[in-house]
Design a protein around this ligand. Structure first.
Ligand code: XIL
Length: 373
């Protein structure tokens, strides 16, 4: 963090345009197209059905781009720090914790009456540079437990939920249990998962504890295998009274693919039958395989949002829906999975000018039609 950034957090001083934002016009989110004219916020639309809507955003976008910050404040009832609670951000050294940017987002959420959720405590990605040279078979368990206890205690009583373990499965690693060969698995063993949940629960007994996983939605053989592995683990954790309360479905989905099939439905029913809740934690819809034409892309992305959400909201334990970002002005997909034609991707609910897209209407409609919680 630069001194200027720290001054912002410490003193509430507004930074100028942030460096990684793209050039954009100044139109406000209040300029709604005709179809959305009488629609205020997704937060309210969701609340009307007993649901919660929110998004993951990083502090730099919220603080450095006030119109974007206003959009987040107006639309979201729950907020996830996109980067600020990952080890890379929280752990400058093996002995220190730096909560400043996460605290900034917490204060932002609180001042707009939003709930706050934590992402993520145990993951093999976004680790700090000191990790590989410092953590080994001898100390991994202690390092992990210390991290979980310290971070969860720090926010105890302030967190709606935690993604305790993120993306622990990878069938390509060819373990019979489907677990990914991460440093945690290699150094601590498969019990790292339950150890992390126990430590999190001890540090904040009120927070909802979630296992967050990707690529569970599409209807194909590989995904089906993965669902089986996830279900086997969840069944074992519940049987052993591990304090786990939910499964996070990341839902980074693609327009035009089947994500509402019978295999997925069966899996979600089985998860609910274990007494676990399902959360939608990182929803966005990739338009990479669609033609360049904006109207065509937006219509198909909107259709996928509508079809997927209508399907998911039939499951009564789904109460929380978060998108990964909120506006196409800022989305991780432009960096991680850009379109071949280099056109900016359009995976979110608001365009780069912060205007609601057809996907916004689609989500609104799915909320309106959802069975009430
Ligand atoms: C992503 C962020 O959005 C990017 O900005 C960052 O460069 C990499 O991580 N699944 C997750 C998230 O659980 O933490 C990832 O976030 C997206 C995929």
């Amino acid at each position: 963090m630069t001194r200027r950034e720290w001054l912002y957090i410490a003193g509430g001083v507004c930074l100028g345009a942030i460096s990684d934002s793209k050039a954009h016009g100044g139109s406000a989110a209040s300029e709604l197209p005709a179809t959305t004219a009488n629609r205020t916020s997704l937060r309210e639309a969701a609340a009307g059905r007993g649901l919660m809507f929110g998004a993951a955003v990083p502090w730099k976008q919220v603080s450095g781009d006030p119109p974007f910050g206003d959009l987040v404040a107006g639309q979201c009832g729950i907020l996830t720090p996109e980067l600020e609670l990952k080890w890379e951000a929280l752990r400058p050294t093996a002995h220190d914790f730096d909560f400043r940017t996460a605290e900034f987002l917490y204060q932002f959420a609180k001042s707009h009456q939003m709930l706050f959720r934590g992402h993520t405590l145990v993951w093999e990605a976004a680790l700090p540079s000191w990790f590989a040279a410092t953590v080994d078979m001898g100390n991994a368990k202690q390092v992990m437990l210390e991290h979980v206890s310290s971070v969860v205690s720090h926010f105890a009583g302030r967190m709606h939920s935690w993604d305790v373990v993120n993306e622990p499965f990878q069938l390509e690693d060819e373990r019979p249990d489907g677990l990914k060969l991460t440093p945690w698995l290699r150094f601590v063993g498969p019990e790292y998962i339950e150890l992390a949940f126990h430590a999190a629960h001890e540090a904040d007994p009120r927070a909802m504890l979630v296992l967050n996983e990707n690529w569970l939605e599409p209807e194909n053989f590989a995904t089906d295998q993965k669902r089986g592995a996830v279900l086997a683990l969840l069944t074992r954790l519940v049987k052993n009274r591990v304090p786990i309360h939910g499964l996070g479905i990341q839902a980074h989905i693609f327009a035009g693919t089947n994500v509402t099939g019978p295999g997925f439905a069966k899996f979600l029913h089985a998860v609910e039958d274990l007494g676990l809740s399902i959360m939608m934690t990182e929803l966005d819809v990739r338009d990479n395989s669609l033609p360049g034409d904006v109207a065509t892309r937006d219509a198909q992305v909107a259709k996928q949002y509508y079809d997927f959400l209508s399907f998911m909201l039939q499951f009564k334990s789904v109460r929380t829906v978060l998108t990964w970002g909120l506006s196409d002005r800022f989305t991780w997909i432009n960096r991680h999975n850009p379109r071949k034609d280099r056109l900016p991707v359009r995976p979110l609910l608001f365009d780069a000018e912060l205007r609601p897209k057809p996907a916004f209407d689609a989500v609104w409609r799915a909320f309106e039609e959802a069975p009430k919680r």
